[in-house]
Each structure stands twice: as structure tokens, then as C-alpha cells.
Design a protein around this ligand. Structure first.
Ligand SMILES: Cc1cc2nc3c(=O)[nH]c(=O)nc-3n(C[C@H](O)[C@H](O)[C@H](O)COP(=O)(O)O)c2cc1C
Length: 195
């Protein structure tokens, strides 16, 4: 695999190919760890990314939010099965500014905004029916009005220090290309890794 000038250009090319092939190319596994180093992972959507990093939107009071407050590092892993490709990102996590989160919130469907307003992500609830009831209450409170973003709902930027592109090859002689940098300002160094 030939290195690009940086991993974002490489990601752009692969994401374009995934968009043409995969029904949900933005679905990605997000791994975090708590203050004691205990890992946890779950799927999220990364719909926005740039040369700054990858954006994740969620409830900041969720389990992942608590992990990230205690330990602001994360890993992302995409698998685009049809293309036989995996992309792994490891990096530092910061909160996205409110204006950016507001813009993302405004672009979400109204139903999703209402659900996010009704749900305190990762907290226990008496039953799913109780939550559905709370959603109806929130819906009635807002009538046809705008649904304001709850303060707890926010976004994170994962700034990569390591990105790996993995291409499936015949007989498991997969092609792995790593881009790594010592810090966010440092140059990217590439290496080919054995499968
Ligand atoms: C394909 C897919 C995409 C998801 N996207 C998001 C997302 O963008 N943000 C989010 O908060 N949860 C998303 N979820 C739900 C999370 O997987 C998870 O259940 C939730 O964020 C709570 O995780 P936590 O308790 O570890 O914080 C998604 C789930 C799936 C299956």
C-alpha cells in the first residue's frame, strides 16, 4: 500500500470507496477506558471528520462520557466488509465547542432530538415503557416548538496519533500501513506492518 501525504487524505479516499459500497460507512466502534484502565466499546457514528480529527456526538453524561472525562483517549475501528478494509485510529480526545455541537444538533431529525432530550444515556430506567412515556411528556412539553439541545448532549474530537489502514489480501497476507506521530504537531511517520 502506498502512503499518502497524511492519513486524512488516505482516509478520504477509503471513505469515498466505503460510501459507494457500504450501507452505513460512518458506523464505527469506539473504545474508551475508565480511570482504572478498564476498557469498554460501543458503536457510534462518525459523520464529520477533517484534518483535525474525527467527531463523535453523544450524551456527555453517558458511560463513554465518564470514561473520556477521566481518561481523554479513545480508539476507533471501522470495518468495511465488502471492501475487505479496516481502519484503526488511536488518539487524544477533546470536547467540541458548543457552536459546533449546536450545528450538528440542528441537523438531526426532530425525533432523534426528542429522544435525546428524553433519555439520560447509560442511566438505568424502570422499563422501556417508562422511557417511552417520558418521551411523550417531552414531546407534549415542546409542542411543535424547537427542541433545545440538552446541556449534557455534546461532541468529542478524536485527534489521531496513530492511524492504520488494513487491506485484506489473499491467503491472509494482509497489507497494513501505519501512520504515527509522537504528538499532534509532529510529522507523520509511516511503516508497513506484518499481518
Ligand atoms: C450503528 C450504531 C450507531 C450508533 N451511533 C451512536 C452515536 O453516534 N452516538 C451515541 O451516543 N450512541 C450511538 N449508538 C449507541 C451506542 O452504541 C451506545 O449504546 C450508547 O452510546 C451508550 O453507550 P455508553 O453507555 O457506553 O456510553 C449507536 C449504536 C449503533 C449500533
Amino acid at each position: 500500500m502506498n502512503p499518502h501525504a497524511d492519513p486524512f487524505l488516505h482516509f478520504a479516499e477509503w471513505f469515498e470507496a466505503a460510501r459507494a459500497d457500504d450501507p452505513q460507512p460512518e458506523a464505527v466502534n469506539l473504545a474508551t477506558a475508565d480511570a482504572d484502565g478498564r476498557p469498554a466499546n460501543r458503536m457510534v457514528l462518525v459523520r464529520r471528520w477533517s484534518s483535525e480529527g474525527f467527531e463523535v456526538y453523544t450524551d456527555t453524561t453517558s458511560r463513554k462520557g465518564a470514561d473520556l472525562a477521566a481518561n481523554p483517549r479513545a480508539a476507533l475501528c471501522w470495518h468495511w466488509k465488502g471492501l475487505g478494509r479496516q481502519v484503526r485510529v488511536e488518539g487524544l480526545v477533546t470536547r467540541l465547542p458548543d457552536a459546533q455541537v449546536d450545528a450538528y444538533w440542528a441537523g438531526r431529525p426532530r425525533g432523534s432530538r426528542l429522544s435525546a432530550a428524553a433519555s439520560h444515556q447509560s442511566q438505568p430506567v424502570e422499563s422501556h415503557e417508562a422511557l417511552a412515556k417520558r418521551l411523550r411528556t417531552v414531546e407534549a412539553e415542546h409542542g411543535g416548538q424547537e427542541v433545545p439541545r440538552p446541556e449534557r448532549w455534546g461532541g468529542y474530537l478524536v485527534t489521531p496519533l496513530r492511524v492504520e489502514f488494513w487491506q485484506e489480501e489473499e491467503f491472509r497476507l494482509h497489507d497494513r500501513l501505519e501512520y504515527a506521530r509522537a504528538s499532534t504537531g509532529a510529522p507523520w511517520v509511516t511503516r508497513t506492518l506484518q499481518p
